[in-house]
Design a binder for this molecule. Structure first.
Ligand code: DP6
Length: 362
């Protein structure tokens, strides 16, 4: 879609060495992307809140090198100030697949320095924030060198498209407050190729929403998201699941627009449990939830019944529980977490996050 052989630097007028810095957040899906086809295309539309505190900072430095014969990109890579050959290799491999889109990358010596706001071992996925940060750096680089992405909409669309190729959920981190990825008749301009902004649809209540991430375990997942998506291909419930996701998206959009918290909470919790049910009935079956995850979900439901406070849970592909609630009850909920939920968290670890403004260039 974005292949462009004209994006080649003129060696008689080389750019000066410089760098680009982006901070990009993670996101939490309310309607889950689970199942894909082709080159990272989703089987159903998904919708997420953009987070704020859980984020990646990435600096991309570049120096012109007059060598168009090199086989691939030339990349030095540092993660939290240290060399990291495993991440370096993954990044270089991804950048090499992007050469038809950014042929000028071969004409530069590139250095990436990156780090997350949370420990890598926190057990929360960093791919959405890291890959979206990379996509934003690359689009800024293209625009700086060629002036080709001046319109914000063009810039965001290309960044989201690129991020999707690296990790599906990353394409939703580009936008403030909320994003929708996947073609649906419900949202004009929606596409399987990239996400679109959905923040404007939100009722005010959801613009001031919290997501406290309860870290039940920091262990490496037994089954990666990539493998989990692949297992959906033979899952007997796949077809009804994709239809269900579409119907739930319709209902969720109504709740998000009207500020209907109970409707929102029911859909979001049902989505979380459906995601894990799909894992349990994959072949081979697997379970990522842990006793602590179940205890937390149970306590959240009891707390809601007892207090009437609108606190809901969701999950991503792991044992950690995300607590979603409006800013108006933050103090009460933090007390509840402290007293009742922290004992289920590894070393009492909780990441306090909230719906945010999206990525920023620093
Ligand atoms: C459960 O985006 O991590 O978090 O495209 O293979 O990188 P890849 O998968 P990934 O899958 C995320 C799955 C999820 C739901 C979601 O974020 O929508």
């Amino acid at each position: 879609m974005y292949d462009n052989p004209r994006l080649i630097l003129d060696s008689s007028n080389p750019p000066e060495a410089d760098n680009i810095l982006w901070r990009s957040p993670s996101n939490i899906a309310l309607i889950k992307y689970w199942g894909k086809y082709g080159n990272q295309l989703p089987r159903n539309p998904s919708l997420s809140f953009t987070l704020s505190a859980a984020c990646t900072d990435m600096e991309l430095s570049y120096i012109f090198r007059d060598d168009t014969h090199s086989a691939g990109v030339n990349l030095d890579f540092f993660f939290h100030e240290a060399e990291n050959p495993a991440f370096q290799a993954k990044m270089a491999e991804f950048l090499n697949t992007l050469l038809p889109v950014f042929p000028f990358l071969k004409q530069l010596d590139l250095t990436i320095r990156t780090g997350n706001s949370f420990p890598h071992s926190a057990g929360i996925a960093s791919s959405a924030s890291a890959i979206s940060a990379l996509a934003l750096c690359l689009c800024s680089l293209e625009d700086r060198l060629f002036g080709t992405l001046q319109a914000a909409e063009d810039f965001e669309r290309k960044a989201s498209w690129l991020a999707r190729l690296g990790s599906g959920s990353a394409c939703r981190s580009i936008f403030s407050h909320a994003a929708l990825w996947g073609e649906t008749g419900l949202i004009q301009g929606s596409s399987n190729e990239y996400a679109v902004a959905a923040g404007d649809l939100l009722h005010e209540t959801f613009k001031d929403f919290h997501d406290d991430i309860l870290i039940v375990s920091t262990d490496e997942k037994a089954v990666s998201s990539r493998a989990g998506h692949a297992l959906m291909e033979d899952n007997p419930y796949a077809a009804p699941r994709y239809a269900q996701a579409k119907a739930r998206l319709d209902a969720l959009l109504n709740a998000l627009e009207s500020g209907d918290l109970p409707a929102f909470g029911k859909i979001v919790e049902d989505e979380a449990l459906t995601l894990h049910a799909l894992m349990m009935c994959s072949n081979p079956s697997y379970v990522l939830l842990q006793p602590g995850s179940l205890a937390i979900m149970e306590k959240v439901r009891r707390y809601r019944t007892d207090t009437g406070n609108p606190v809901y849970f969701t999950l991503d592909a792991g044992p950690n529980v995300h607590l979603l609630y409006p800013g108006s009850i933050v103090h009460e909920v933090r007390d509840f977490i402290e007293q009742q939920l922290k004992p289920h968290c590894e070393d009492g670890y909780v990441i306090q996050d909230w719906v945010g403004e999206g990525p920023e260039e620093m």
